[in-house]
Design a protein around this ligand. Structure first.
Ligand code: GAL
Length: 451
């Protein structure tokens, strides 16, 4: 009897303990962890990656859009499950997109990759520690063997790589409509000096071509002026991007502005109001104007409308820059803390691969950044560009296209060229640039050796 009683009590207490244990575990299951103190050590937080890739770029002209779309198509074939969220921002040379992306990156909302020029343009991000080094990609893809030194040097900072190139654009190019020149007996092969160029413009104007030169919005004026600066010689250009032009009386600077003034007199007066560079380029395509100084992304537009190089359109180096190759190199990178790190790396590997480069560049107008790309995929202008890239004496980084100088120089050049193209005042413009060099000299952290 006593035994039975004891067994009953034991059973009752056991049930009580089990119920209490279940209640306690249930409480912690719903409201918190059982052993919260050790949580971080025992259970590292896993960041779950949604399968997407966010991309920012400014390739919005018809030729540019076709080029980026071709690259996206190749990527999507390889990674069909990755949703690409591409955000194109209109505005040539990145003048509109770059400040937008900079704010996103600084606020910790960086896209998985974004279009960025090689050289100085990466500097503000690097100074703030906002890009991850990607030496592992350079290593696994053997990029040091494939990418020429002149490009590598523009992508390496403190011994680390932070970006991969997608293309190499040449900026010191004059494009022309062959039919107009032939109709007026102008042989473009004979245009090698500024005097030759302006004589051809004069001839066209006298014959009724009101605006022999097609010019677009402000940055395209800065672009043209940059090539005129280069035409003063590599020594001058080197001094310029090293911040060494501190005198407004520098004769080479004065000469550059005088040449620019002549250039503007032959240009369409509505240039500042044009939506973008490709609108000005359209005027060469349809024969309204004959010439335009523009980077070889213009090549994409001529090709897209079915014009053939050498027959309907052509190009020659900006007078005085025959032995020079001005560089605008587009890159992508891996910003710190991106939402989709795996896809960011996949994109970088794809854009820098032989397949990626030889898909994108033949459409884009540029040449590949790899020396082992398949030359047979390129034709017309690009064949000549490849030969020139491998043989010209001097390479120079574009300022307007982000590489050759701190952003203060890029912005100043844009401002000065914009004002000058509306109201040319040589000594005011030269003074404004020289003054800017004096004020910002501490920002010139890289010393270029172009000779
Ligand atoms: C350059 C860029 C080219 C092209 C061009 C016009 O800065 O390198 O890829 O997009 O601007 O927007």
């Amino acid at each position: 009897m006593e035994h039975k009683l004891t067994r009953g009590i034991v059973a009752f207490i056991s049930v009580l303990i089990i119920v209490a244990a279940i209640a306690i575990m249930g409480y912690f299951f719903i409201f918190g962890d059982l052993f919260p103190v050790n949580k971080e050590k025992t259970e590292p937080v896993q960041k779950r990656e949604v399968n997407a890739l966010t991309l920012y770029h400014w390739w919005t002209s018809p030729g540019e859009s076709a080029a980026i779309q071709s690259l996206i198509t190749v990527f999507t074939k390889k990674y069909p499950d990755v949703a690409i969220v591409a955000a194109p921002v209109t505005g040539g040379a990145g003048f509109t997109m770059l400040p937008i992306v900079k704010t996103l990156v600084e606020n910790g909302e960086a896209p998985d990759a974004f279009q960025m020029h090689a050289g100085y343009e990466a500097k503000p991000y690097l100074d703030a520690g906002l890009l991850d080094p990607i030496d592992y990609i350079w290593g696994s893809e053997n990029l040091e063997q494939a990418i020429p030194k002149v490009i590598r040097d523009m992508l390496q900072f403190n011994g680390h790589y932070y970006a991969v190139p997608v293309d190499v654009h040449r900026v010191n190019v004059v494009w022309y409509n062959k039919k107009i020149l032939s109709a007026h007996n102008i042989n473009p092969d004979n245009i090698t000096t500024w005097d030759d160029f302006f004589a051809a413009c004069e001839k066209l104007r006298t014959a009724g071509v009101s605006y022999p030169v097609a010019l677009g919005p402000t940055w395209t004026a800065a672009h043209a002026f940059e090539q005129i600066l280069a035409s003063q010689g590599i020594e001058f250009y080197e001094d310029f991007i090293n911040g060494k032009i501190s005198s407004a009386d520098d004769q080479r600077l004065i000469k550059a502005f005088s040449t620019f003034e002549r250039y503007i007199t032959f240009a369409n007066p509505d240039h500042a109001t044009l939506r973008e560079w490709d609108v000005a380029n359209k005027r060469i395509i349809n024969g309204e104007s004959a010439f335009s100084i523009m980077g070889d992304w213009a090549n994409a537009e001529f090709k897209l409308v079915g014009m053939t190089y050498g027959n309907e359109y052509g190009s020659f180096p900006v007078p005085g820059t025959n032995n020079m190759y001005g560089l605008s190199i587009d890159t992508f990178q891996h910003p710190k803390g991106v939402s989709h790190p795996t896809n960011s790396d996949r994109w970088l590997r794809e854009v820098v691969s032989v397949e990626g480069q030889d898909t994108f560049n033949p459409i884009k107008g540029s040449i590949a950044a790899r020396s082992d790309s398949d030359v047979t995929k390129y034709e017309g202008y690009q064949r000549l560009a490849i030969a020139d890239f491998n043989s010209v004496r001097y390479m120079f980084p574009s300022i307007v296209h982000g590489s050759g100088g701190p952003s203060s120089l890029r912005l100043k050049l844009n401002e000065v060229a914009g004002i000058f193209s509306a109201d040319p005042d040589v000594s005011f413009a030269a003074g404004s640039l020289a003054d800017n060099f004096t004020k910002t000299i501490f920002e010139y952290t890289k010393t270029w050796s172009l000779r």
